[in-house]
Ligand binder design. Structure first.
Ligand code: G
Ligand code: G
Ligand code: NA
Ligand code: MN
Length: 257
């Protein structure tokens, strides 16, 4: 059995699970939102398959639009069923792959699903990686404008791992930028001097562009304190919580109120 076949079966059966990783305000420690992450487990053969492995296959084999639709349906169905829009979280972040971003059907696909589950577009934040943004053409911008007009917001994901094509950042509006772990972790290594200088300049730049900053991969209290002191508004990482299943996430929300 190849991953491709496992993936094909999972798409036919909607056989994916969604997990949610909470994101916190760095100043208050209050809960802000969560990132939805897809999980694929084939119990009879290979077990867990990482999205880092199967998303590129889905892209290559023409399955990514269907996969994206399943993911978005699962997120919206969960939000609807548990009335997440009414219990005080601002939004849920959903990852889009590069191919999805550039597909002309993307806005209408997402709009139909939001309408079906009565999800306010403002409740949806779409994550696009820096690499996808830099590599994409005009279609991504057309799609982003259309989705933004509906009310969706956007995050630039994995910032610092792409080409960091800064001149292009003026072309579109992002509400949030997610600093990749690779910008953050070196600040806590032996040779942290240069890493600190880079991170601090990046934060200053992003403040001037008026975007909220999320730090990813926050694994220790030391990191959380440092990032808060340096003006990073939102924190995500194992120090706070690993991605958790729907039920656990819902219980977490109830206890947080
Ligand atoms: O959750 P995990 O760390 O295993 O994710 C690995 C990679 O897969 C990350 O880059 C993440 O953004 C990506 N990923 C996780 N879920 C989704 C999804 O639903 N859609 C897309 N396009 N990428 C996802
Ligand atoms: O590329 P993206 O940022 O979407 O990747 C998200 C992935 O990062 C998730 O799969 C999640 O499991 C992983 N992740 C989240 N927090 C941490 C962390 O604190 N440490 C590490 N090593 N991985 C993390
Ligand atoms: Na992401
Ligand atoms: Mn990310």
């Amino acid at each position: 059995t190849t991953i491709e076949n496992i993936l094909r079966d999972a798409i036919a059966n909607q056989g994916f699970d969604m997990v949610y990783q909470p994101i916190y305000h760095s100043k208050t420690g209050d809960f802000l939102s969560a990132e939805a992450l897809v999980r694929l487990t084939d119990t009879t053969t290979v077990g867990f398959v990482s999205p880092e492995e199967f998303i590129p296959i889905a892209e290559k084999k023409g399955m990514i639009m269907e996969l994206g639709q399943i993911v978005f349906e699962k997120v919206c169905a969960f939000a609807r069923k548990k009335c997440l829009q009414e219990i005080g979280i601002e939004y849920i972040e959903v990852n889009l792959s590069g191919i999805q971003c550039m597909h002309p059907d993307l806005p209408s696909q997402l709009q139909k699903i939001m309408q079906k589950y009565e999800i306010t577009p403002g409740f949806i934040n779409l994550e696009i990686t820096e690499t996808a943004f830099v590599e994409s053409g005009e279609m991504l911008q057309v799609n982003m404008h259309e989705l933004r007009d509906m009310g969706c917001s956007f995050s630039m994901d994995d910032f610092g791992t792409g080409y960091s094509n800064l001149s292009r950042m003026a072309e579109v509006t992002y509400d949030l930028v997610k600093l990749d772990k690779s910008l953050i972790w070196p600040c806590f290594s032996e040779e942290s001097g240069k890493a600190n200088a880079i991170l601090e300049s990046v934060i200053r730049l992003l403040h001037q562009l008026n975007v909220k900053i999320v730090a990813e991969g926050v694994e220790t209290e030391e990191m959380a304190i440092y990032l808060n002191e340096h003006g990073v508004t939102c924190l995500q990482g194992y120090y706070y919580s690993k991605p958790i299943g729907e039920e656990a996430y819902y219980n977490f929300l109830l206890n947080d109120q």
